[in-house]
Design a binder for this molecule. Structure first.
Ligand code: SAH
Length: 273
């Protein structure tokens, strides 16, 4: 940073540039603008809007103040799956505990995870609707549930306030300690370069893990282990297993290969009947 004083901390722009803020079905355009402003103050620029109620909007632009650039480059998509497709680490934010608990962390732990897991980028941080928050099905697409500790009698922050707080933690996590040996071209990593080159060792993207989930569901239907008429908690439990496993590409391929062999086996059995 050429224009910063030597005693000012430096921030890892590679980390900051790899964090997507995903807002699901935001109702009030003013909140989108305020979220863009909150992001920009912390050095985040990558905003994704899933099916916003009203956007583009004059109110969003007004509330963004000087962060029109973040709004202008925002990507609008129809589904959360599109927003997450290339992400390797997905964090869902919610003030509410869920009937089926998800791996729960606090914002500071979230920052630490994002800082340490350099192979888990891009990262998505997902925010819910003003009225109803994140749906269970949306949280179940995430690796972690991050909860901002708040007054137990009044836990729900305004959407843009929640974005501000979470973005602040990302910024703190991106601070480069003077003792850190950082290669700004590639980010920092403890893994030997050879390992990073191996594609199968790379963490799987959301699209790959979701493909595995869909395959599992389809095979489980064929074997009648899973009855879609009475799903109960099975889909969510399987999603949670996958979230906890942090699978790499090679592992996804093995499991898909096994499922394909099962599918073929089932077909042969049906033919032979
Ligand atoms: N009434 C909604 C809350 C919506 S607040 C509900 O019951 O879930 C809008 C969004 O801000 C939430 O979906 C979440 O993404 C974020 N948020 C608000 N308060 C939060 C908290 N205490 N911890 C984590 N995220 C929070």
């Amino acid at each position: 940073m050429s224009n910063s004083l030597s005693q000012e901390p430096e921030f890892d722009s590679q980390l900051l540039g790899n964090v997507k803020v995903v807002l699901c079905q935001t109702s009030h355009p003013g909140n989108i603008g305020a979220a863009a402003r909150a992001m920009k103050t912390m050095g985040l620029t990558y905003l994704v809007l899933v099916n916003p109620k009203e956007y583009p909007s004059h109110e969003a632009s007004v509330r963004s103040s000087g962060a029109l650039d973040v709004l202008d480059s925002a990507v609008v998509v129809d589904t959360i799956e599109e927003a997450l497709a290339d992400c390797r680490l997905i964090i869902g934010t919610s003030s509410r505990n869920r009937a089926l608990p998800w791996p729960l962390i606090e914002p500071r732990e979230m920052g630490e995870i994002i800082r340490q897991q350099t192979d888990a980028r891009p990262v998505a941080i997902v925010f819910g609707r003003e009225s109803t928050g994140l749906l269970n099905e949306e949280l179940q697409l995430c690796h972690y549930h991050v909860n901002i500790p708040a007054n137990p009698e009044y836990m729900s922050l305004n959407l843009a306030a929640a974005v501000q707080l979470i973005a602040y933690e990302v910024r703190l996590a991106s601070k480069i300690e003077s003792s850190q040996n950082v290669n700004t071209e590639q980010g920092y990593s403890d893994a030997p370069a050879d390992d990073l080159d191996k594609e199968s060792e790379q963490l799987a993207s959301f699209e790959e893990v979701n493909g595995l989930y869909n395959h599992l569901e389809s095979t489980m239907k064929q074997t009648e282990f899973y009855n879609p008429e009475q799903p109960k908690l099975l889909p969510a439990r399987i999603r949670r297993v996958l979230a906890k496993a942090h699978l790499n590409k090679g592992e996804v391929n093995i499991l898909r290969g096994f499922l394909s062999s099962m599918d073929k086996y089932i077909k042969r059995q049906i033919k032979g009947q």
